[in-house]
Design a protein around this ligand. Structure first.
Ligand SMILES: Cc1cc2nc3c(=O)[nH]c(=O)nc-3n(C[C@H](O)[C@H](O)[C@H](O)COP(=O)(O)OP(=O)(O)OC[C@H]3O[C@@H](n4cnc5c(N)ncnc54)[C@H](O)[C@@H]3O)c2cc1C
Length: 525
């Protein structure tokens, strides 16, 4: 490889979008030396992804930056649903069992700026105007040529190389990984940030969905002023690629929202966008010491707004595994589970999109049916909670993963699930379970009763034999609800650093616990 200078680092991240930045921040929490480069001159100015779902907010909490997001975002509380001008009901949110139950409305350029600021506080500046041009991956290292803004080429040798370089990823292409899937036909989204004058009430915590034949319109107050309007429609003229004009958006919104009086004033700076989509997942997300994460790994139509959120969940999934293998605490096979788990997660998002009747455009025959069924559904608290649970991403699980060992019998909670955040008694106090967890450790929850804590001591003796930090805690559910959520009262639950359950088995099944730990982790000398 031709170059003018050479450097080494633990991890080279290519691409400083929301996913690369989240990954960089997570890896800094594990004290890895990282470099993060982007060919753009600065963080994006594009509004794009406008929502952070509760699971992603939990990740920002792990990364130590959730407060800045809460300060900058609107917390969503409810959304009214209309069809052909008739109000069908309301979807209220903010009820999921999480420290961050509300979806946060915040635009992508602000998300990127907050993450870049948090990263700078951890001592890493994004190297902008720096483009990856070539890579080679060896058994013990990766090499990359970077073309810097000053015109010089630099050879970077790193233990790991990660492509967070978006849908057209150079890293993915140079690794020869097929991007499997296809173009999504007959669907487009047109968007505008604008201040409306119309008859609908205006509250920062409140949004609207308007359904009409072949068009679904979402409207949410944006912290910068005005509303984000996004309208999924069928695509009668795919050759039309120009961003929509304000007049085109006004006409469309007025028609779908039944608001003929509407006037629209574009925000400053203005933003309009027309996009079409592909549903694709990379055939593998790992080639030896190189990985792809975020849009480099998977893309789809933003129905439901899960593209960025899923990418950030992938970054979180990879970070702890990479750090554990790099530090010699875990076996390299742990890294393959990132690819398997994240690919399954991406497929689940694509599958769920088919059922998103609020956002995907519905045909004229389906609409009358929705007008009949939706008021009934939205009037039911249990259906509203189910919709919210799915949207929040807290339901996303890794049950099929090699890392998920379930010996807990037939019960609702399974290995692979995110462990529920319920009230428990632990270490002499009542506490919400997630306060016991940390990205820096595995957490072994051992059910205790008042009489016998010896199971905790026996488990602790096993956990102490490994290099990884495994914190063993005796817990007792605080109430019936917590007991129901945690399942069998006589179990051990091994929680991974990303809050998902690795192993769920009976409290006396310490042989399985040891087998699990020996499969993935490395014993101390
Ligand atoms: C119109 C639209 C609306 C969307 N709405 C939503 C939504 O509501 N919710 C949601 O969750 N998602 C949404 N998405 C998707 C979301 O924007 C993406 O999923 C998200 O940007 C992915 O982040 P990323 O960091 O993986 O990639 P990107 O944000 O694409 O970042 C990749 C970075 O890599 C850099 N790069 C590329 N090649 C190189 C190279 N060779 N060398 C150096 N740097 C390089 C680029 O400059 C870029 O900064 C939307 C997308 C679009 C287009």
């Amino acid at each position: 490889m031709q170059h003018n200078s050479a450097t080494t680092t633990d991890v080279l991240i290519v691409g400083a979008g929301p996913v690369g930045l989240s990954l960089a921040l997570a890896l800094r929490h594990y004290d890895l030396r990282i470099r993060i480069v982007d060919r753009a001159p600065a963080t994006k100015h594009e509004a794009r992804a406008a929502i952070v779902w509760p699971r992603c907010a939990e990740i920002f909490d792990d990364l130590g930056c959730i407060d800045s997001f809460k300060d900058a975002a609107y917390a969503l509380e409810s959304t009214d649903v209309y069809a052909n001008g008739e109000r069908l009901g309301q979807l209220d949110v903010g009820h999921v069992a999480s420290a961050h139950p509300h979806p946060l409305v915040i635009e992508q350029h602000v998300t990127e700026r907050l993450l870049a600021d948090a990263l700078a506080r951890r001592g890493v500046q994004v190297e902008f105007s720096t483009e990856l041009s070539a890579i080679q991956v060896f058994e013990d290292r990766a090499e990359a040529i970077l073309r810097r803004g000053d015109g010089m080429n630099e050879l970077v040798t790193s233990a790991w190389l990660i492509g967070c370089d978006g849908a057209r990823s150079q890293v993915r292409q140079q690794l020869g990984i097929p991007f499997e899937g296809k173009r999504r036909a007959n669907l487009q989204v047109v968007q505008i940030n604008a201040i409306p004058s119309w008859h609908y009430a205006d509250a920062p915590s409140h949004g609207y969905f308007f359904l009409a034949a072949n068009a679904s319109l979402g409207c949410f107050s944006r912290p910068g002023g005005g509303y984000r309007f996004f309208c999924f429609t069928t695509d009668p003229d795919p050759s039309r690629t120009a961003a929509p004009t304000v007049d085109e958006m006004r006409e469309l919104i007025a028609a779908v929202a039944y608001a003929p009086e509407l006037t629209l004033t574009p925000t400053d700076p203005p933003w309009t966008n027309r996009a079409r989509f592909q549903d694709r997942i990379a055939a593998t997300l790992r080639r030896g010491r190189a990985f792809v994460v975020g849009d480099a790994a998977h893309v789809w139509a933003p129905i439901g707004g899960h593209g960025m959120n899923t990418g950030i969940r992938g970054a979180h999934n990879l970070a702890w595994k990479l750090a554990a293998v790099h530090r010699g605490e875990a076996r390299p096979l742990l890294l393959d589970t990132y690819s398997d788990e994240q690919r399954a997660s991406a497929q689940a998002v694509i599958d769920e999109m088919r059922f998103n009747i609020l956002e995907r455009p519905n045909g004229p025959l389906l609409l009358p049916l929705l007008r009949t069924l939706m008021p009934v559904g939205l009037a039911s608290a249990s259906i509203r909670r189910q919709i919210e649970w799915t949207l929040s991403d807290l339901a996303m699980h890794y049950r099929q993963s090699k890392l998920a060992w379930h010996y807990g019998g037939r019960q609702r909670l399974r290995a692979g699930d995110r462990v529920p955040d319920v009230a428990v008694f632990a270490e002499h106090t009542f506490v919400s379970l997630h306060r016991l967890l940390s990205m820096q450790q595995w957490t072994l929850l051992v059910s205790i009763d008042d009489r016998d804590e010896s199971a905790v001591e026996r488990t602790r003796a096993i956990a102490a034999a490994y290099r990884a930090n495994i914190r063993v805690i005796g817990v007792r559910p605080q109430d019936h609800e917590a007991q129901q959520a945690l399942g069998h009262p006589d179990s051990i639950i091994l929680v991974r650093p990303d809050r998902h359950i690795g192993l769920l088995t009976r409290r006396d099944d310490l042989a399985t616990l040891e087998r699990y730990l020996d499969t993935f982790l490395i014993r101390a000398a």
